[in-house]
Design a protein. Structure first.
Length: 633
């Protein structure tokens, strides 16, 4: 425990302990000091000062040299023996102004020595000077708790005169004295309260003094000082035997007492120092143990904090990894199934649930895949890639590829990861690719035949190469544009309006010169290519001779549907705003291409009318496997 001190206070709250037995002097000094702002606690004896010092250490001790019982000098010596009060400022006051008394006071440990008749101003100046050197309160926190007490002395079997003299001597040393007449009473008292020093008369009524000392030493150990009073002359050998028996000292009751007082003072000082050393050692051990416990607690707290941080980091990483894993397993297109060592499914991701259903009983997964598990200790075979056909919960058969990766644990198979890929689209793509290759071969042959036919017919109607090439190139470009349109639609269905727009718009003077309107009709490549050549011929004719040959010309391409046993499409090409038209005397290749290609490819019919305000072309063809109404159109 550290010395108990209040928080350091300003000048007006400095604490002074005043030890003065004269009420008049005590009151005068108390008023003088309190008027200066000091806090004064007053006691009338050195013995009364000890519990005050144990409770709260003052910043300054003012003590009268002459006190009843323990003298002021003896109190100073006692205070200087304790490490907590070793440097406490002490001012000693006395009515004896002789140099010898002053030297005695300073030798006792006082820092200053003043006569009581000193001028109050000088006294206050000395007080302030001493307080400058007083310890700060926070400096005292590391010091052990003060435990001043009066030494306890026991007198056994002395006659009244000698007992009185011994009492006076012990009182001046500050002792608390108990006197008994017999050894029996002495032993009973020792059983109730231990003593610091025991003075024993060698002649007792109920027991020899030496025997009492032996019993005391046997029961008390070496902690108590035993002093035996021997009457008469004693030879040296007997003295040695007595001291060897455990008696600390001997004295002659008839001899002067000052030597005994000196020996008592030395014994009590040694006793006090031993007790203080034990307390200091215990305090040091307590502080050391507390420091070790605090250090251990700090280390444990740091370790816990570090482990908590590491655990939090690991948990965050695990959570992140779990989130990543869950995200991957939820979003991968493949079905992922985790099984235990017995082949039981323990986890299915959404694609697996969609493929196999949420309820997958036992090892039925491996049965569905055609995988045989080992008997006894379940052994799940590793499969790199294999094909199988599974049945969905709705009864649909699905072609799949699967792989199996066994998981090994410390005590055998821990399970397996099964990956299943639905290859329905892959199979469909392969089938489409085969069909596309066959279709491509067929179309290439047809295209080459068409190109050859176009070339032959164009050559027959052109005398020179330049005019032939211009017509031939335009027709090939029309064919190419339609091919591009079909390629954009993966050679599937294309819109009739898109085919017309691709062929007609490039020849118009302005985009708003063309109006294209009609129900949504979709064409297969065969029909699209046939109609593309027809509209190309009509558009190039309009650019050369018709509505597109001059500003202000317009074109309307409109179509309608006729329902019946065989629905048909009626398409009208109407030019206006161009030069007047006349019926040609001969039929050119364009006219032949329009009429024959539609009749051959689409079983359609064409009618050309050369009206004064522009060309009219009416086209009619039935629905077939290459022509259909668009869903929702």
């Amino acid at each position: 425990m550290s010395a108990r001190l209040e928080t350091e206070a300003p000048h007006g709250a400095r604490r002074i302990l005043l030890v003065e037995d004269s009420p008049t002097q005590a009151l005068r000094l108390q008023i003088l000091l309190e008027d200066e702002g000091y806090t004064v606690e007053l006691v009338d004896s050195a013995e009364a000062a000890l519990p005050v010092l144990n409770r709260t250490l003052p910043h300054l001790l003012i003590v009268d040299h002459h006190l009843p019982g323990m003298q002021g000098g003896d109190l100073c010596r006692l205070i200087r023996l304790h490490v907590a009060t070793l440097s406490m400022p002490i001012l000693m006051l006395t009515a004896d102004e002789t140099p010898a008394r002053q030297r005695e006071g300073l030798d006792s440990g006082a820092d200053d020595f003043l006569p009581k008749s000193t001028d109050p101003a000088v006294l206050l100046l000395r007080v302030r000077q001493l307080l400058r050197h007083a310890r700060r309160d926070d400096d005292m926190d590391v010091l052990p708790q003060t435990q001043f007490r009066q030494p306890r002395a026991l007198l056994v079997g002395f006659e009244s005169v000698l007992e009185y003299a011994l009492r006076a001597l012990l009182l001046e040393e500050g002792c608390r004295i108990t006197a008994v007449n017999t050894a029996t009473l002495a032993l009973a008292h020792l059983a109730l309260e231990p003593q610091d020093v025991i003075l024993v008369n060698d002649q007792l009524a109920d027991m020899d003094g030496l025997e009492l000392c032996r019993q005391c030493r046997s029961s008390l150990g070496t902690g108590t000082a035993l002093i035996l009073a021997l009457g008469g002359q004693q030879d040296l050998d007997r003295v040695h035997r007595l001291l060897g028996a455990g008696i600390d000292d001997l004295f002659d009751p008839k001899a002067p007492l000052p030597p005994l007082r000196a020996r008592l003072r030395a014994i009590l000082r040694r006793r006090f120092l031993e007790e203080q050393n034990r307390r200091l050692l215990a305090d040091f051990r307590e502080r050391e143990g507390r420091a070790l416990r605090l250090e251990a607690e700090r280390n444990a707290a740091r370790t816990r904090a570090m482990l908590a941080d590491q655990l939090a980091t690991v948990n965050r990483r695990l959570a992140d990894q779990a989130l990543i894993t869950a995200t991957i397993t939820r979003n991968v297109p493949a079905a992922l199934i985790l099984t235990n060592g017995a082949g039981m499914a323990t986890y299915l991701n959404p694609p697996a649930i969609g493929l196999l259903g949420a309820e997958l009983e036992g090892a039925s997964l491996f049965e569905k895949l055609g995988v045989t598990l080992g008997k006894g200790d379940i052994s799940i075979p590793a499969v790199a890639e294999s094909a199988a056909t599974l049945e969905r919960p709705d009864g649909q058969l699905v072609p799949v590829l699967y792989s199996i990766t066994p998981l090994d644990g410390d005590e055998g198979p821990a399970g397996a990861v099964v990956q299943i890929i639905d290859v329905t689209e892959r199979r469909q793509a392969e089938e489409r690719q085969e069909l596309l290759m066959a279709e491509l071969s067929h179309r290439v042959k047809n295209t080459l035949a068409t190109v050859l036919s176009i070339g032959k017919q164009t050559r027959r109607r052109h005398a020179d190469t330049d005019s032939f090439w211009q017509s031939f190139e335009g027709r090939l470009r029309a064919l190419s544009e339609t091919h591009n349109l079909l390629a954009d639609h993966f050679w599937e269905w294309v819109q009739l309006a898109d085919v017309i727009r691709h062929e007609v718009t490039p020849y118009a003077q302005e985009p708003h010169d063309v109006r294209i309107d009609g129900p949504a009709i979709e064409l297969r490549p065969k029909a699209a290519l046939a109609l593309a050549l027809v509209f190309h011929e009509l558009a190039t004719n309009a650019a050369k001779y018709g509505a597109f040959s001059q500003a202000g010309g317009h074109l309307e391409v409109l179509w309608t549907l006729t329902d019946g046993e065989q629905p048909r499409i009626h398409l009208s090409w109407k030019e206006t705003g161009g030069p007047p038209t006349t019926v040609p005397t001969t039929s050119g290749f364009g006219t032949t291409l329009i009429q024959r290609s539609l009749a051959y490819e689409l079983q359609g019919a064409t009618a050309l009318r050369f009206e004064p305000d522009g060309l009219r072309c009416d086209i009619e063809f039935p629905f077939s496997e290459v022509i259909r109404r668009r869903s929702g159109g």
